[in-house]
Design a protein around this ligand. Sequence first.
Ligand SMILES: C=C(O[C@@H]1C=C(C(=O)O)C=C[C@H]1O)C(=O)O
Length: 193
Amino acid sequence: MPSKDCDIDFCTPELSANPRTLSVPRTEWYDSLAAAGLRNADVHGPARYWLQVEGSFTRALQQQCRHSFHVEIHYEGFSRPSLEEARHLGIPGRQHAWIREVRLCGDGAPWVLARTIIPLACLDGEGRRLRHLGNRPLGAYLFSNPLWQRGPIETGLCLPEFPGQPEIARRSVFRNQSRSLLVGEYLLPRLYR
Ligand SMILES: C=C(O[C@@H]1C=C(C(=O)O)C=C[C@H]1O)C(=O)O
């Protein structure tokens, strides 16, 4: 469950935790929570609720906040996804995509790191808005249009390199006709411990 005693705004740069802690670690993905649980029983602990949230993850986080929720942009821009991400999305391995990495902050502290891979095909027409979300949660855009549907949720076991990095994650592909984008959510231990 999220920490309730934090009232220091760790999301302001001068107070952010070690930047390495707030970087997305390499992650091994499993088709189901059960499959991941065979490798790491922690997925059946306090993190389980967050790994299985249906609907908007942002909304679930907002319901846990006592004071505030906000999105802090860590990176947004065109760059190359990992080969695994490209393969998962069915796009060419060397093709650039719009990549968005943010910190989802509850009561002033980062609770979740999110990394979203948005292929070029998603960015024309109404999709242009995906490049201009700023601090508005991606979920507000996706869940406002019923044509965007979330696919199955995978469970991730992270390979943290630094103390405090995420250990557990989830991701899913959102599809809208021929368009698809990949949303990964990496749980910081503060969220569930
Ligand atoms: C897809 C959602 O959007 C959330 C917000 C994100 C963002 O603003 O970049 C990224 C991942 C999600 O946790 C959701 O709320 O379910």
